[in-house]
Design a protein around this ligand. Structure first.
Ligand code: AMP
Ligand code: MG
Length: 349
């Protein structure tokens, strides 16, 4: 191991570790740390050289902007204005898995916003993340702590796997609660538009403004010349090494279809992984079968999704077949990540 790793208790993180990590950030270094969504790879958001290091460590395309993480509600200096709708959403959902896009001030270097005139801001709820930002004394730019294109890390082992030797410090230890990246809402437009679904659902946001809608482009297969409003949504993302196929339709029919496809692959001497659920796991055979969680609790599915994708990498399967979920509530975020992992390879049962 090349990078120093420090395990922390999220209820009561060791202050010495947070002080040291904060100092690294302040001095222009990189620290991987846990949030309630996924692990983040952080640098001082106001220091363009430090931010540049994030792009290099991850192999991230330069036109993919970073979200900045703050620990208090005083964000006026980072934006041109805080629209009323953003204020209401902050009051309701911060700290939490919600990123708000606003017009950026000159304090935010253009490398952080990837040349855009806007910036995404979020206040994480995890105590380690909050403590680190406070200790650093600066906002922290932090994309997910994985090599670009791979499933986001929700456990510290996966950060180490991707970033050992490439960053200055890795802290954390506990599995992320939400397991999917934050919901992103564009507050520079009226009505506000969801650019990426996540743990704060469209239904929850509509309690604040019933006109909130999801950018229709993001749930579809990207067309050529596709230019989503959230630049990151155009990249192949969340992808394990093996190809993923999603089987949609009535659950009973999907199970039968998956078993039929498994047989075809086995005949071709391939190792198959199946992403099932607690309710269906007993229905399959002749494959490596993992449950994502219970269909009764979509939050459990979101929490486990990236981890299970990575476990299939460890198992070196040749193909992954996944059940689908209703696109309601958390199901929207889950299906968004699954479809991207599958490159929109969807089979109707
Ligand atoms: P990651 O931190 O890897 O989860 O990626 C952050 C994502 O947030 C990017 O890929 C963009 O899609 C989105 N994003 C960040 N800043 C902006 C912005 N100013 N405008 C639109 N989307 C943004
Ligand atoms: Mg990411």
């Amino acid at each position: 191991m090349n990078t120093k790793v420090e395990l922390l208790n999220k209820e009561k993180p060791n202050m010495k570790v947070l002080e040291k990590a904060g100092k690294i950030i302040r001095n222009g270094g990189l620290v991987a740390f846990p949030t309630e969504t996924v692990y983040g790879l952080g640098a001082n958001a106001l220091d363009d050289e430090a931010v540049q290091k994030i792009f290099i460590a991850k192999g991230r395309p330069q036109d993919n902007p970073l979200i900045i993480h703050v620990a208090d509600f005083n964000i006026e200096q980072f934006v041109k204005e805080v629209p009323l709708i953003a204020k209401k959403m902050m009051e309701e959902f911060w700290p939490g898995p919600l990123t708000l896009i606003m017009k950026k001030s000159d304090e935010i270097p253009s490398v952080t916003s990837a040349g855009l005139e806007s910036v995404g801001i979020r206040m994480p709820a995890n105590n380690v993340a909050k403590g680190l930002i406070k200790e650093a004394g600066v906002p922290i730019a932090a994309p997910s702590a994985n090599i670009s294109g791979r499933p986001s890390p929700t456990e510290i082992e996966r950060c180490i796997q991707d970033l050992d030797g490439k960053v200055d410090y890795i802290i954390g230890g506990e599995k992320c609660n939400v397991g999917l990246e934050s919901t992103i809402v564009d507050c520079t437009v009226d009505p506000p538009c969801i650019l990426r679904p996540g743990g704060i659902t469209v239904e929850m946001l509509r309690e604040i403004d019933d006109r909130v809608y999801i950018d229709p482009a993001i749930m579809k297969k990207p067309e050529e010349n596709f230019k989503p409003k959230a630049p990151g949504m155009k990249y192949r993302h969340y992808a394990p090494k093996a190809p993923v196929k999603i089987i949609t339709g009535d659950l009973k029919k999907s199970i039968a279809k998956i078993q039929e496809i498994v047989q075809n692959y086995i005949d071709a001497n391939m190792k198959v992984g199946i992403m099932a659920t607690d309710e269906t796991i007993e229905e399959y055979s002749n494959a490596i079968i993992k449950s994502l969680g219970s269909r009764e609790d979509l939050y459990s599915i979101g929490k486990n999704l990236f981890q299970v994708l990575r476990e299939f990498d460890d198992e070196k399967v040749d193909i992954i077949l996944s059940e689908a979920f209703d696109e309601k509530g958390m199901g929207i975020a889950i299906m968004n990540r699954l479809k991207k992992a599958a490159g929109f390879d969807i089979i109707k049962a």
